[in-house]
Design a protein around this ligand. Structure first.
Ligand code: ATP
Length: 341
């Protein structure tokens, strides 16, 4: 029997619950410090206890996964805590395309794929000297918004950067990435592409709540001006959003363009869940600042099914369950090689 394994964090509960609902065995690679939490959930069949998630690369762990015919579901924690080389070296079959995760982590490659997919993007700013309007300054990799800051001039940039170095949030020689700030309504658009059916599904939209940029909005302007703190974009949680129906056609087109572009640049393409992240401006024009080439934590909102999936499936369908369903279908038709790498 195939089993589903994932790292204990991010969206592991949803992934394993979905797998259990589909009748698959569930395995959690769990840091010892979180054992008590995860033992609370009866749908987790087996815990592989580790001191650090990096142990997933060790022969011992890989052997255990192999004995269980496991497929590893990658999520944000895997991308944040392991290098692309490490992820690519995982011997256990990874759901989706593990090669595309490098394109998510590396800012230059990320931009290249987004351009290939013709996603409308904010302009990159090549150096602090070129800051002419409001920009957002980001760190490399999936830092989850921690240590990101906004600046409106070179001087402003230098002051904030120095302050964050003093606070040890960022390091002195850390390369930073500057991008024009896109104002509007945040929307994180999640899709699922099935290489078995060669079909794109739109799953849903979420919004991220980020501290303390959101906290700042609750403080009157006078106190904001007196504050010396550099606000960050650290994700705390997510909430649901539905879009004006007139925007859906363009959403599907963006998803399809992304799938086509990924097929061209990083075989076998964008299989499984992915997310296009950005903002809608006052003219309902979407600007995308980011993508995730795997399940995002925003899908946790829809553990009981999303509004858009209730239009496509006559049953409750979470993203975790959708992944497990794809694995079940591929197992039945002997096509697991089509959906894993
Ligand atoms: P994750 O991997 O968790 O998605 P990340 O480290 O790759 O995070 P981004 O998603 O690029 O970072 O940015 C983090 C947050 O910063 C976004 O959720 C958004 O609120 C804000 N943000 C990023 N880029 C822009 C932009 N160009 N304009 C406006 N806001 C932005």
């Amino acid at each position: 029997m195939t089993s589903i394994a994932t790292l204990g964090s991010h969206c592991s509960l949803q992934v394993l619950k979905g797998a259990k609902d589909e009748g698959l065995k569930t395995i959690l690679i769990c840091e010892k410090k979180r054992e008590k939490l995860y033992r609370r959930f009866p749908f987790i069949d087996e815990l592989i206890l580790v001191d650090s998630f990096k142990e997933v690369l060790d022969d011992k762990c890989q052997k255990k996964l192999q004995e269980n015919n496991a497929i590893l579901i990658p999520h944000g924690t895997l991308v944040a805590q392991m290098s692309s080389e490490e992820i690519e070296s995982i011997k256990t079959p990874v759901f989706g395309n593990k090669w595309i995760l490098r394109w998510e982590s590396d800012r230059v490659m990320k931009e290249k794929l987004m351009r290939e997919a013709t996603l409308p993007m904010p302009n990159p700013v090549s150096s602090p000297k070129e800051i002419k309007k409001l920009v957002i300054v980001k760190r490399q990799g999936a830092a989850g918004g921690k240590g990101y800051f906004m600046a409106s001039s070179e001087e402003d940039y230098n002051t904030k950067r120095e302050q964050l170095i003093l606070e040890k949030v960022i390091s002195k020689d850390e390369p930073l990435y500057i991008q024009e700030y896109a104002a509007g309504v945040l929307a994180y658009l999640t899709f699922f592409y099935s290489p078995l059916r060669e079909e794109l599904e739109f799953f849903g939209v979420d919004q991220r709540h980020e501290s303390d940029i959101e906290g700042l909005a609750r403080i009157p302007a006078q106190q904001q001006l007196n504050s010396q703190k550099v606000p960050s974009f650290n994700v705390i949680g997510n909430s649901p959003l539905v879009l004006r129906e007139s925007l859906l056609d363009e959403v599907y087109t963006m998803g399809e363009n992304f799938v086509k572009a990924a097929k061209r640049v990083v075989a076998p393409g964008m299989n499984g869940p992915f997310c296009i992240e950005g903002v809608y401006d006052e003219n309902a024009k979407f600007t995308s600042f980011e993508f995730s080439a795997r399940i995002v934590a925003g899908s946790n909102i829809y553990m009981d099914g999303s509004p858009y999936y209730s239009l496509l499936f006559n049953e409750t369908m979470s993203m975790g369950k959708r992944i497990a369903r794809e694995i079940k279908n591929a197992t039945a038709s002997n096509e697991l090689d089509k959906i894993t790498t």
